[in-house]
Write a protein that binds this ligand. Structure first.
Ligand code: DX5
Ligand code: ZN
Length: 229
């Protein structure tokens, strides 16, 4: 029996940006818990996504917390700006911060929840000394930069190891997993110890996005039938 229900955070990277309001309304009216907001700078990752104008549009219309994933070099330059634009969670990459401890506390001082993300090649053991300071750890299950990539299964033992590290220290940060997640693998990700699932293409690329959110949300609940591969 799980203590807390897991959260679903659809990534708006997979939205039709010609009709962003429709996607925002769809997520607002679904069982999703957070909006996952992927900001890319073309430096830390090979892609540029969007920046402040999209945050403004989300701030105006979204009725659920904005979970901002900064895939940018030197994220400390923009923490206050994203918070002012309504970010509830601000996650920075371990690989993009020279002074991670300083940035995490900078985020906390704004009143947002502070998260650290690790790329698929980064071992969770490198988080040992920051674990007690963060509210959320984001395990990337694809190389960041693009939606619609294939889930890297090596992420599963990393989630297990991370949950174990947290338990040993009596810490309970959110453990979020991002990249290639859908109904076919979400149960395994949750069983490994994650409690926030990001899903872009699996939700917004579906014929019935709300039904996919509902399916992901129902995992582990009574009457749920396993779809794991
Ligand atoms: C990848 C982004 C992810 C991505 C997820 O760099 O951080 O949030 O949008 O999209 P899917 O679920 O399609 O892999
Ligand atoms: Zn993301």
């Amino acid at each position: 029996m799980k203590k807390f229900p897991h959260l679903i955070a659809p990534s708006i990277l997979s939205a039709d940006f010609g009709n962003l309001n429709a996607t925002i309304d769809l997520i607002n009216s679904s069982q999703a818990d957070w909006f996952h907001v992927d900001v890319m700078d073309g430096m830390f990752v090979p892609n540029i996504s969007f920046g402040f104008p999209v945050m403004e549009a989300l701030q105006r219309r979204a009725t659920k917390p904005l979970d901002v994933h900064l895939m940018i070099e030197g994220p400390e330059r923009y923490v206050e700006k994203f918070r002012a634009l309504g970010a509830h969670v601000i996650t920075v990459h371990y690989e993009a911060c020279r002074h991670l401890h300083r940035v995490i506390h900078q985020i906390k001082e704004t009143g947002a929840l502070a998260g650290v993300a690790i790329n698929p090649h980064t071992p969770v053991s490198l988080l040992t000394d920051i674990l007690a300071d963060v509210d959320l750890i984001l395990v990337m299950s694809v190389n960041p930069g693009f939606g619609g990539q294939k889930f890297i299964y090596q992420s599963i033992p990393k989630i297990t190891e991370l949950r174990q590290m947290c338990m040993e220290r009596n810490l309970f940060p959110f453990i979020e997993v991002d990249g290639g997640i859908g109904p076919h693998n979400a149960e395994r990700v949750l069983q490994a110890g994650a409690n926030v699932l990001v899903a872009g293409n699996a939700v917004l690329g579906a014929d019935d996005p709300k039904a996919v959110v509902q399916t992901l949300k129902a995992i582990g609940q009574e009457g749920f039938k396993s779809m794991s591969v």
